[in-house]
Design a protein around this ligand. Sequence first.
Ligand code: CA
Length: 752
Amino acid sequence: MNNKIVGFVYIVIIVVSLYGCAVQQTLGAQDILVTDQAAFEKAVDAAKPGDVVKLANGTWEDFEILFTGRGEKDNPIRLTAETKGKVFITGQSNLRLAGEYLEVSGLVFKDGFTPTQEVISFRQNKDTLANNSRVTEVVIDNYNNPERFETDFWVMMYGKNNRFDHNHLVGKRNKGVTMAVRMNTEASRENYHRIDHNYFGPRTILGSNGGETLRIGTSHHSRLNSFTTVENNYFDRCDGELEIISSKSGKNILRNNTFFESRGTLTMRHGNNTLVEGNVFFGNGVDHTGGVRVINGGQIVKNNYLEGLKGTRFGGALVVMNGVPNSPINRYDPVKDAVIENNSLIDSDNVQLGAGSDAERSAVPTNTTFSNNLITNEDGRDVFTVYDDMSGIAFSANVLGSMDPPDFAQGFGRQAVALSRADNGLLYPASDVNAGVSRDLSVTRKSDTGVDWYSKPDKTEPFGFGKTITVAPTEGELYLAMEKAEAGDTLLLQAGKHVARKFLRIDKPVTIKADGDVSLSFERTTLFEILDGGSLQIIGMNITGADSPDYAGNSVIRTSPYSMLQNYHLEIIDSDFSDFDVNHTFNVISTAKGTFADNILIRNSSFSDVTGSILKLDKEFDDFGIYNSEYLTIEGSKFENVQGSLVDYYRGGTDESTFGPHFKLTGSELINVGGGKRNKTKASLYLHGVQVTNIENNTFVDSKPFKINHTVGEPKTVIVDNLFTNTPAPVVEELNSGLQPTAVIKNNSGIN
Ligand code: CA
């Protein structure tokens, strides 16, 4: 063959090969890379089973993704990122999928919020749903409506046989459940969805109802079956409200999930025959960490591990509720035919049986077994509280460690149990004890969930994790330093007189600390304004109102007048506040509606000559069950000549979805507090709807009485070891419950 012929043959071979490829391409999958929204729509319209529509790397702003089509089993139509984790959906965006065998992966939603009710919805509209479809390896990161109490949802599952797996959902901060399975039409019932290997990252305390992480069904359709499986997920500090998971339908499986330091419980709120198995709860002693709450018929709770849970009442480690005879669909069906076996409850505070027993919830559990559970506490304290007749529960072969057997039933054996931690991270008795969880329980780890290309948040300190900036007492320097500071920084103020001529805007966590004798005064109507993302710590300062303008209604610290999504911390330590009397109603700390503190702490500080109140936490006055601060703690401090109250703390309404507010006052002194003529409450301390109150070892002199209103739930108020001098006794009222007063008021001097 001469060279020309050889060349010709080669060309023929190449052409034939290329043709072969092309044929294969039309028979099989096409990858279609799109770079704008119009191209995306075109590609989706034309997509065939097996096709992959890829969004080009970069930021897609204001993109309402509608992904429809009909893939085939094992040959879905896919929507994904050119590179997973490199495609950002921002602004006013969302995702709807509708059709058959669709799969979405690799996208990141951040820097914006949905313009509709949902970020990801498994339907186009009420009639057009997704079935046999999957969303996997998608991230939703702080994609929140800026209005804290505007409700929306991150993921709504409709249709049947859908899967939501290996996703990363972190930082839901506005109202509305993070994720829900809907059963509102026939086409979404008996759905067999699978929700697995997701990372449900931190959800901070909402301070209202509507902070659930996962809900399956609603009360309306709760006597129907969902058949949803929730397994191998990791719930990391999901603190939104008292329900982490609310199962409101029948025949769900909740299996092998891990709950890490999450406040609240897995609640079988409605529906029958749900299986709760192999879940692991690590409370690590965090307030209000709970376990499993059992309501309705045929529930099975077995082989679950619960350690270090501090929750009380309905939020205990294990709660079996009383029901309502012939219950309306939205109340409490009685517990019957439940099986509770082989669970380990270790160093957890509360097992509640017949919880909620009252005139309405009078139906006790029936035909229920409680067996082979291991219940042990390092301190040997009895963890059982029994509210009603428990003869409908057969207790057998339970092992109690060093605790005394409860007296309400047989079936609890006491056995010395030395625990050691096994490779799976769980505590097991060293000796052969035939109770508690199995040795081979496989624990879902954080790293088993979500995606590996998006980092999961660790725990951080609220303050002091940045650098130190020295601030001289020269004009304007404090303002500039504050503007320049980064999250976690400390401004170290040098000795002398500092004057703030502008508002100091706190939009990051920052510490202001005195180096020597530092005084700080201010010339505007407030000194510090805490904005979204801000937190403030004040250490060792002398703050005075001597240079404040002669207006009514000044404050030292206030929160943003606009809604804040991020909960803030405020700490005042070793500081003196004085001379806030240039005009009337000068408050030290004044909060606004739509703002929420995780924690306010005042320690070893003094406050004098204040024409307003020290703390105004009373701006959520709509009686929606919303409030301004989860914890308020005052220790070792002194308040003198305060015309308003120490605190006006208001949590209205009768909703029972929150653990807070909490109030603690210890080792402090109030002298002449509350007597100003503008103080509407006529109280030195006004607490309305506060859930946990502890007032201990204080002195009250020449002050108005406390007024404490119990409104809802089972508020715990303890007033002990205080000295009252020329100060009337506390007034505690039960406003809605009609119950006898429940406050513990004892060992106080100076009152009868
Ligand atoms: Ca709720």
